[in-house]
Ligand binder design. Structure first.
Ligand code: PMP
Length: 283
C-alpha cells in the first residue's frame, strides 16, 4: 500500500508520525472514512463537509483547503487502485510539547490517509444479518464530532463479541443511542421506521441522512425519536447504517430473534436502493 503523510506518498513501512503528535497523546484528532465502490468514493463531498465541521467544533486549523484534500484523495485512489473498500483520512492537531493547552497556530496540523480493501456490496455479514447485544454508552457528550477517541466504542464492541454478538447497540438513560460504528434503526410491527434524532448524543451519519431521504421517497413513515432496548426487541426488523456497511440487517437483539432470523424485506429493499444511490454519487 501507498499511504499519505503530510505532503508525501510513501510505502506504508516508511511512513512516520512524531511521538509528540497530539492525536497519539490526547486523541486530539478527527477522521473520516469514504467508502470506495467501483474504484471511486461514495458521497465524498458530504464526508469532507463533516470533516470541516469536526475541525471547526474543536478549533483545529485545517491542514489545507478541502479542495486540496480532495486532490490528495484522488491521488491516493490512483496509487492504490482498489475496486471496493475504504479511504481513511485523519487530521490531528499536530506535534507539540505535551500540554493540555492547544499549541499556537504555528503548529501545523497533521494529515494522513490510507486505503483498506474489503468487499462492500457482497458482504457476508449483510447476507447473514447481525447479532446485537446492549452495552452501556460510556462515551463523552460530543458524539457529533467524529474524533479518534474510539476506545469506549471499541470496548463496547469487544464486550458484545464476548457475549457472542457481532456488535453492540449502546444504551444511555434507558434509550438506544447508536451502534459502535453505525447508526441504529428499528422498524416497528406497524411499519414505522424509528431512529434516534440528531443531537450531540450521536454521530450524524452521512449514510443515515441518505437512507432517511430514500426511505421517505419510498413512502415509509419515519419517526426520529428515542427507542428503548425493550421496544427494539419487539421490532419487526432492525438494521444499522454506516459508510462502510451501507444498510446491514440486524437479526438478533439481546438474544431475541427478529422475524425468521434473516434480514427483513424492508431492510433488504433499503440496502438495494442505497447501493443504487451510492453508485450515482461516486467521485
Ligand atoms: N455512529 C458512529 C459512532 C460511527 O462511528 C459511525 C461511522 N463513522 C456512524 C455512526 C455512521 O456514520 P457514517 O454513515 O457517516 O459512516
Amino acid at each position: 500500500r501507498v499511504v499519505y503523510v503530510n505532503g508525501e506518498f510513501l510505502p506504508e513501512e516508511e511512513a512516520k508520525i512524531s511521538i509528540f503528535d497530539r492525536g497519539f497523546l490526547f486523541a486530539d484528532g478527527v477522521y473520516e472514512v469514504s467508502t470506495i465502490l467501483d474504484g471511486k468514493m461514495v458521497d465524498n463531498p458530504a464526508h469532507l463537509e463533516r470533516l470541516g465541521r469536526s475541525m471547526y467544533e474543536l478549533g483545529m486549523t485545517p491542514p489545507c483547503s478541502m479542495e486540496e484534500i480532495e486532490v490528495i484523495q484522488q491521488e491516493m485512489l490512483k496509487r492504490n487502485p482498489i475496486q471496493e473498500g475504504g479511504l481513511y483520512l485523519q487530521v490531528t492537531r499536530g506535534a507539540a510539547d505535551r500540554d493540555f493547552v492547544y499549541p499556537d497556530e504555528s503548529t501545523r496540523s497533521s494529515l494522513i490517509m490510507f486505503t483498506q480493501e474489503k468487499p462492500v456490496v457482497e458482504s457476508a455479514l449483510a447476507k447473514r444479518g447481525m447479532r446485537i447485544s446492549f452495552q452501556p454508552d460510556i462515551r463523552w457528550q460530543r458524539r457529533d464530532i467524529k474524533t479518534v477517541g474510539l476506545l469506549p466504542a471499541s470496548m463496547a464492541k469487544v464486550a458484545a463479541q464476548g457475549e457472542g454478538a457481532d456488535d453492540a447497540w449502546m444504551v444511555e438513560d434507558g434509550k438506544v443511542t447508536e451502534g459502535t460504528s453505525n447508526n441504529a434503526y428499528i422498524i416497528t410491527q406497524d411499519d414505522v421506521l424509528v431512529t434516534k434524532a440528531r443531537s450531540n448524543k450521536i454521530l450524524h451519519g452521512i449514510t443515515r441522512k441518505a437512507v432517511l431521504a430514500l426511505a421517505k421517497e419510498e413512502g415509509l413513515t419515519i419517526e426520529e425519536r428515542d427507542f428503548t432496548p425493550e421496544e427494539a426487541k419487539l421490532a419487526k426488523e432492525a438494521f444499522v447504517t454506516s459508510a462502510s456497511t451501507f444498510v446491514t440487517g440486524v437479526v438478533n437483539i439481546d438474544g431475541q430473534q427478529l422475524g425468521n432470523g434473516t434480514p427483513g424485506p424492508m431492510t433488504i429493499r433499503l440496502r438495494e436502493i442505497y447501493i443504487d444511490f451510492a453508485r450515482q454519487n461516486l467521485s
